[in-house]
Ligand binder design. Sequence first.
Ligand code: GLY
Ligand code: MN
Ligand code: MN
Length: 538
Amino acid sequence: MMTETNSPSGSDAATRTSIDQVSADQADQSLAERGSNRSRQPSNQAFRDFMGAGWGPRPAEPPALLESAPWAAKRREALGALFPGERLVVPAGPLRVRNNDCDYRFRPHSAFAHLAGTGTDFEPDAVLVLEPLTAPGQEVAEGVATHEAVIYFRPRASRSSREFYADTRYGELWVGVRPSIEEVEALTGIRCAHIDSFGDALAKDAGVDGVQLRVIAEADQAVTAQVDQVRQAAGLAAGQEARRVDDRLAEAASELRLRKDPYEVEQMQAAVDATKAGFEELIRSIPRATGHWRGERVLEGAFGAHAREEGNGLGYDTIAAAGNHANTLHWINNDGAVRPGDLVLVDAGVEVDSLYTADVTRTIPVDGRFSPPQRRVYEAVLAAADAAFARANEPGCCFKDVHTAAMEVIAARLEEWGLLPEGVTAADSLAPTGQYHRRWMVHGTSHHLGLDVHDCAQARREMAMDALLEPGMVFTIEPGLYFRADDLKAPEELRGIGVRIEDDVVVREDGRVEYLTAAFPRTADEVEAWVSGLIAHD
Ligand code: GLY
Ligand code: MN
Ligand code: MN
């Protein structure tokens, strides 16, 4: 069979010749250019002149300063103080191709959003540079500015340019109104310059005895390559050799986000509030979901519509996991049915326009009532969550202690239910050499939350897991218990039940830890009343 398939017959060979001929005829057009074959734009001068004229004036007034701008200025000041005399490069990142000439919706790198104070989709290919105001090695007195911020970006082109109507990525006729240099300066309070001047600005005075450069390397490969070229030409360590230099900047930018400022906490609260309303839309869609062959998608869609209407979108892909799907921790296929009698675990968060996200899980009885085994699991998880919250409120609590408190409850319940191996107590299981209870909860209890759902991911361990809780920290408390349908070590009545309860908390200035999610129903009774109140059950 193989041999026959591989030897061309006479007619195959003829076909290939004619295909090769056609290819040769098109050789002058690269594959990349062929996407434009589906339409042709007129290019004659009369058309260009016609397109460039007859448009109304731009707004006369500059836009107002963003509410985030003074906070972002403080963040840049704090980051700059760690690297005096160095040029710090923070790209927003490029548009990413989804397929052919279609890009994904743009979301800037979170370090850029944090330090520029901008949200939504500002701005593909932009780069924030913290330009040193002091010489390398020069002592800087406290309170003296170490850097000046500059945003390099591609401002809108004139409406008489070809870009305006012909550039599908940047033309205003394709992507909507784009900002001018002056407008972005007014919005952010940051000096702006054309991206075309970025290369020269990057190279200015760079060198072993001059300015050193650091870049958030993962944000934009093209910018990182540009920085490396400058470093190489200036005799500075580049490429792999500069990794530690760049990693230190990424780490510092990540650690800067461990403590949220009051503006950020307000945004997180707004994200949580929008998320609660999204959960309510989702609950209202349960009757439609139970009648649909792929009801989980109905739930996902209800939340997603709300997230787009009220915020920038989702902070992460929604988990809408009915029945046994709840035991797949990252269930985002959401292609299952939603059946009365089952629980549905919903893990979802609205990302608001400033790009801060909530991260909330509620496990909801589809028909509004927990069965006794479902309630038993729910209440064990709730007790673990309550213990974690109580521990967080004790003085001297480390981030990782929150997890320990939850695990103490989980291990105790599993011992009580006879699920730990014979002769193993909860205390044995909690020891590092045991950990049997983790079979039923393999994930952690908490993570920082902010611009990224798993925020501050590049912070050092001693600044994150091992650190004391500090005012401004925002994190999740999210214990769970997961009994897979095929888990022969679980009692039969618990198989197929998965429960997680996830709340978002903030450490206030006086050290008290408070729920940002306080308005969400939490106990089994409250969740039942929530469901019944939103949908009429027969
Ligand atoms: N939604 C992801 C998480 O809870 O960490
Ligand atoms: Mn989470
Ligand atoms: Mn979550």
